[in-house]
Design a binder for this molecule. Structure first.
Ligand code: UN1
Length: 481
């Protein structure tokens, strides 16, 4: 299985060897090395940024048909190769094959959506308050953008940053997460053959400490879009703001899933299991706080425990597996640490929380569900980023809403109810960027805005046509006669 192939960085239209390489390991089978991936140094990052800068004047004023065609070509190839790319994704990140193929399809569709957006860029044309003068409001490309992506969506998140960046005429320096360079490299290889001029798109794999920092601090980078941890995000914001670069951050979540007495119990259990544990709970949109009203609480706890007995944890590529491994040793240690903390704080473990043994050596963890937890416990307040959720019992809808909003985060929030009154009230009063009614908190569409409030996000929205807010700058022109 071991493949010692080396995968280089892509800079100024060339594949470039790096000073060092790092092994990409399969979390479902630690003996499976996917390949050796380049680790750029600061000089290589500088070369990539210079190449992007040099390509910007021509690319930012290039024809929209050429941009549309190139993005469409990328999207078509991703979709045509979704099984193969899904296999690579499941192998390097550990989500199951169906989840991985779904993510690859999403990436392909994102490129196709933004291919269309190239043709839909519009502005305003207004009369001036001065007679004989008119005003135009148009959008232009931001410039060179640094795109820094996390390990949990190895192709969809790169797609939803790279596609709008290129569509609106920006040049890209892309740094994928160190744990998942495989999909990033495969995506870069597709982009390298799609017809973009040299320097328009650059891939610099490597560590956040070296590559991420070199991008964020470089005065030639006009904007940084980052998805990842709160700690790193805040550091990036500080660096960008001090040099007046644009910044867009998508960070943590502690997403509530409210379940009311009048909910359909079976549906509530399915959506809670899906939101909390699928993709191994490694989604910033995962719901980790299940807030349940008193009348349905005991039935819900029992039904969840029962449902969780049928969840199969195992090798991500094995048919019939529901939940793949945790992505890395460090993440597994964090998950197990929170399981200990929750127990020590007095929460009651009703299912899972133990390591699972499989035929291969990997980071397999049975999803953990806690009951009898309170709002002040650390598992109710801090993001675990693993298959760990806790149930909090509340008296009624009003208490549930208050509890749902009692968090420093605000990405996604869900409610399970058959009451139109409560669904509407929750939609209006939830302090989250995305609200889900009788749907899981995770699993979003690719053509509408994505983002949160409070500590979860900073800057303008990603995805859909709202993405242009970050990737363009507005120009107001006055035309006299
Ligand atoms: C989804 O729930 O479909 O890192 C997407 C994350 C999010 C993406 C979630 N930025 O988990």
């Amino acid at each position: 299985m071991t493949d010692s192939k080396r995968f280089d960085n892509y800079i100024a239209g060339e594949w470039v060897a790096a000073p060092t390489y790092s092994s990409n390991i399969n979390p479902s089978d630690l003996s499976d090395v996917i390949g050796e991936y380049a680790q750029a140094d600061a000089n290589q990052v500088q070369t990539a940024i210079d190449a992007a800068r040099a390509a910007f004047p021509a690319w930012s004023t290039s024809g929209i048909q050429a941009r549309c065609d190139a993005l469409d070509k990328v999207g078509s190839e991703i979709l045509a190769r979704k099984e193969e790319l899904g296999n690579l994704l499941a192998r390097e990140e550990g989500k199951t094959l169906p989840e991985a193929i779904g993510e690859v399809s999403r990436a392909g569709n994102i490129f196709k959506f933004f291919a269309g957006e190239c043709l839909r860029l519009s502005g305003d044309y207004l009369p001036s308050v001065r007679p004989g003068v008119h005003v135009e409001v148009t959008r232009e490309a931001l410039g060179v953008v640094g795109l820094i992506t996390p390990w949990n969506f190895p192709i969809a998140i790169p797609a939803w940053k790279i596609a709008p960046a290129l569509a609106y005429g920006n040049c890209v320096v892309f740094k994928p997460a160190d744990l998942v360079p495989g999909c990033a490299w495969a995506l870069a290889e597709i982009i390298s053959r799609a017809g973009f001029p040299a320097g328009v798109f650059n891939l610099v794999m490597g560590s956040g400490r070296v590559v991420g920092e070199a991008i964020v601090k470089n005065p030639k980078v006009d904007g940084v879009s980052f998805t990842g941890s709160v700690g790193v995000g805040r550091q990036i914001a500080i660096n960008c703001v001090t040099r007046q670069a644009k910044v867009q951050l998508e960070m943590g979540g502690k997403n509530p899933q409210v379940i009311l007495d009048d909910a359909d119990l079976k549906q509530a259990v399915e959506l809670a299991v899906q939101s909390a544990f699928y993709s191994t709970g490694q989604r910033c949109t995962a719901s980790s706080r299940l807030i349940v009203t008193a009348g349905i609480h005991d039935k819900f706890v029992e039904a969840m425990a029962e449902r969780m007995r049928s969840i199969k944890v195992g090798h991500a590529l094995q048919a019939g597996v529901d939940i793949g491994p945790v992505v890395s040793r460090a993440q597994l240690d964090q998950d197990l640490g929170y399981i200990d903390i929750a127990q020590n704080e007095g929460a009651r473990l009703v299912a899972g929380g133990r390591l699972v043994t499989c035929d291969t050596e990997g980071y397999f963890l049975a999803p953990a569900l806690f009951a009898d937890s309170t709002a002040s416990m650390r598992i109710s307040r801090e993001e675990v980023f693993g298959p760990v959720a806790n149930i909090i019992k509340v008296a009624d809808y009003e208490a549930a809403l208050e509890m749902a909003n009692d968090t420093e985060f605000g990405l996604s929030a869900g409610i399970a109810t058959t009451s139109l009154k409560y669904a509407n009230h929750f939609k209006r009063h939830s302090q989250a960027g995305m609200v889900m009614v009788n749907l899981p908190t995770a699993g979003v569409d690719y053509h509408v805005p994505f983002g949160g409030r409070k500590g979860s996000s900073y800057g303008s929205r990603e995805q859909g046509r709202y993405a242009q807010e970050f990737y363009t700058v507005v120009k107001t022109s006055y035309i006299g006669s």
